[in-house]
Design a protein around this ligand. Structure first.
Ligand SMILES: NC(=O)C1=CN([C@@H]2O[C@H](COP(=O)(O)OP(=O)(O)OC[C@H]3O[C@@H](n4cnc5c(N)ncnc54)[C@H](OP(=O)(O)O)[C@@H]3O)[C@@H](O)[C@H]2O)C=CC1
Ligand SMILES: O=C(O)C(=O)[C@@H](O)[C@H](O)C(=O)CO
Length: 274
């Protein structure tokens, strides 16, 4: 499994997204992914599936140190006490003594950012999280977190795929030595209906989703966490790591509209000005 190497952490480039799976389906998906060679698992307190992810890890028989586990604190707990309690509760549900990456799931306009970063740093210092970071921060807020000097922001996790330009956030992450994890990287399989992507896929003997994944993964600091419940799609997504797009493919993808957000807007910050 190729790794992202930054000053703050090493992270496998492809991980398994686990939302919205729960219970036995989620445990089985985690076990099959690890069996195929996945070493990176993405969960969150909000997904209600940390017990299932932990059970899948335990049942996999793969050593804890060989795995990279991310979880996230929900936006209603962004106070020092809230964050402290959230990581303890997540670890108890996962039955782990640490996670590899602990993220703020969504920014909250009422949060004291510096106080939250000090709490993340305390969790890191106590060894509960090997690295910390944020999700869904718009550029101005992400820059504030990166430059606050309170804790190394190891990663930004945000929506990114062939239909959404995230150049300002990609550049900020790279300039500050942070990794960038794409969620919804397959476009939730919307690419299956896109004639331009189907054409590229046919040329390479690949699938449209593999093309979409190869496009985001081409940057050295970028990881992707496609969700897939079944072994066939999980295996196909791993196959995207070997797909190299050429200049003609990149030009075709560059010409596609890049303003389509798929995530639920219920929690969204002001993406342009926040
Ligand atoms: N930090 C945040 O705020 C957010 C984080 N996330 C994380 O990112 C993960 C992925 O994002 P998500 O929004 O689920 O989007 P994805 O782009 O991963 O799309 C998932 C969908 O695509 C299908 N799919 C996956 N692989 C293939 C394939 N090879 N061929 C055809 N269809 C495929 C899945 O079906 P099937 O299961 O049948 O394979 C599922 O329906 C989430 O699970 C979660 O862990 C997501 C949203 C927000
Ligand atoms: O999946 C996540 O990480 C999210 O934050 C959202 O997609 C969230 O789960 C949601 O939209 C629930 O309706």
């Amino acid at each position: 499994m190729p790794m992202i190497e930054t000053p703050h952490m090493r992270m496998p480039k492809l991980g398994l997204g686990t939302w919205p799976m729960k219970g036995a389906e989620c445990q089985a998906a985690v076990e099959s992914a690890i069996g195929l060679g996945y070493r990176h698992l993405d969960t969150a307190e909000m997904y209600g599936n940390e017990e299932a992810v932990g059970a899948g890890i335990a049942a996999s028989g793969v050593a804890r140190d060989a795995l990279f586990v991310t979880t996230k604190v929900w936006h209603d707990k962004l106070t020092p006490d809230g964050i402290r309690g959230a990581i303890a509760a997540s670890l108890a549900r996962l039955k782990l003594d640490h996670v590899d990456l602990f993220l703020i799931h969504w920014p909250n306009p009422a949060m004291d950012l510096d106080a939250c970063l000090r709490s993340l740093e305390a969790a890191r210092g106590a060894g509960l999280a090997r690295a910390v970071g944020v999700c869904n921060f718009p550029p101005k807020l992400f820059r504030r977190a990166l430059t606050a000097g309170i804790t190394p922001i190891a990663c930004l996790q945000v929506e990114h795929h062939i239909y959404l330009d995230q150049t300002p956030l990609l550049d900020l992450a790279r300039e500050h030595g942070a990794a960038f994890t794409c969620y919804s990287p397959t476009t939730k399989n919307a690419v299956a209906e896109d004639p331009a992507i189907r054409g590229i896929a046919q040329k390479h003997g690949a699938t449209p989703v593999q093309v979409a994944l190869a496009w985001v993964l081409r940057h050295p600091h970028v990881a992707a966490i496609p969700k897939s419940a079944g072994v066939l799609n999980q295996g196909a997504n791993l196959g995207a790591l070997a797909l190299r797009l050429d200049a003609e493919d990149l030009a075709t993808i560059a010409a596609l509209p890049k303003n389509r957000r798929l995530v639920n807007p219920a929690f969204a910050p002001d993406w342009e000005n926040g």
